[in-house]
Design a protein around this ligand. Structure first.
Ligand code: PLP
Ligand code: COI
Length: 344
């Protein structure tokens, strides 16, 4: 199979239309089987539930080419489970794990020519989502839904790839206690847009959000969880009911403990601990972010620069990133079931 003619090593994290996407419809109380289509356009009512009341949930995962030329995905079963949980929270009829995995298989196989070559640093990003499609005017769930998954080749989420980034403590809250912070719903991102534009205008790459109840604890960033290390072999992971259960973070916790022999602390992390220098390195982790090192955190003019600095990723984040991406791309043996091969 001939690859598309793209400058693979210089891709940014942006949308590019690929050849096929998978579409399934929910009508009369049941999902149909779904099928691939070349049509990237959606026609819907001006009063569709997604347009009026933001009834939509989504996922993000990647397909990679391995050194020996296979195409693989990473723990898609966990994306299926999280999409299921997100859907239930927004009264969206969930799709089965089987349908999810079938749609991943078919979408990646049909777009195999768009999977970036091994070693390019790029990957094929997959975006599954479900949304209410029929007219809804009183505040209630839609009756009909559409599930779609498209693929787009992407490079690093942050410019410069693994270069340390500068982030700010946001004055806005991302999620309320008992709100929707623990699911992947478009609404969580809509409310972060003003905050991210503000942060970018001030020269920051991302926002770190605090717990909305006390504004003393680290939650996560707009598009990734956060992890820290104390430089003494411990990985410290903020624990909260209102952050997204990142698949990357859960995998890193396993990798840190079982591959790198680190100690794990999953607990509440105070902003004050970070700003007073308790940790030597910090990183954003997620499908898009992989691990992006934090160089500096700014809280209302007060700055903290990690010992790893603004020039290079620190040694612990580097080791975690290399081990995780080695597993994802088939160079390091993966735990059972983590790496799922696409049949071509
Ligand atoms: N937190 C938020 C808010 C995100 O948008 C993402 C991206 O998916 C993550 C965390 C990381 O989750 P995952 O590792 O499952 O991609
Ligand atoms: C992902 O990492 O898949 C995400 O959904 C993050 C998004 C902000 C691009």
């Amino acid at each position: 199979m001939e690859k598309k003619n793209l400058d693979w090593s210089n891709l940014s994290f942006s949308y590019m239309k690929t050849d096929y996407r998978f579409v399934a419809n929910y009508t009369n109380g049941a999902w149909d089987e779904g099928a691939l289509t070349a049509d990237d356009m959606i026609t819907m009512s001006e009063d569709a539930g997604v347009l009026q009341y933001a009834q939509t949930v989504f996922e993000g995962l990647k397909a990679y080419e391995t050194k020996d030329g296979r195409i693989v995905t990473f723990r898609p079963d966990l994306n299926a489970e999280r999409l299921h949980d997100s859907a239930l929270r927004l009264e969206i009829p969930p799709i089965t794990k089987e349908m999810f995995l079938k749609s991943v298989q078919e979408t990646v196989a049909a777009n195999a020519a768009w999977v970036p070559p091994f070693g390019s640093g790029a990957s094929l990003y997959l975006r599954p989502y479900i949304f209410g499609i029929n007219p809804v005017i009183g505040v209630k769930p839609a009756d009909d839904y559409q599930y779609r998954i498209f693929a787009t080749p992407v490079g690093p989420y942050f410019k410069g790839g693994a270069k340390p980034i500068s982030i700010k403590v946001s004055d806005f809250d991302r999620a309320a206690p008992h709100g929707s912070g623990n699911i992947k719903a478009g609404l969580n991102y809509a409310m972060s847009l003003h905050a991210i534009v503000t942060a970018h205008n001030e020269g920051f790459a991302e926002n770190v959000y605090l717990d909305p109840a006390t504004r003393t604890k680290i939650e996560e960033t707009g598009g990734a969880n956060i992890i820290f290390t104390d430089g003494n072999g411990t990985l410290v992971v903020p624990k909260s009911d209102s952050i997204l259960p990142s698949i990357t973070r859960r995998s890193l916790v396993y990798v840190a403990e079982h591959y790198l022999g680190m100690k794990i602390e999953e607990r509440e992390v105070l902003l004050e601990e970070v700003m007073s220098g308790k940790f030597t390195e910090g990183g954003l982790c997620g499908t898009a972010a992989v691990i992006s090192p934090i160089g500096k955190i700014t809280d209302h003019g007060r700055e903290f620069t990690f010992a790893s600095g603004m020039e290079e990723m620190g040694p612990v984040m580097t080791k975690l990133r290399e081990t995780l991406t080695g597993i994802q791309m088939g160079e390091i043996e993966a735990p059972e079931g983590w790496v799922v091969e696409i049949k071509l």
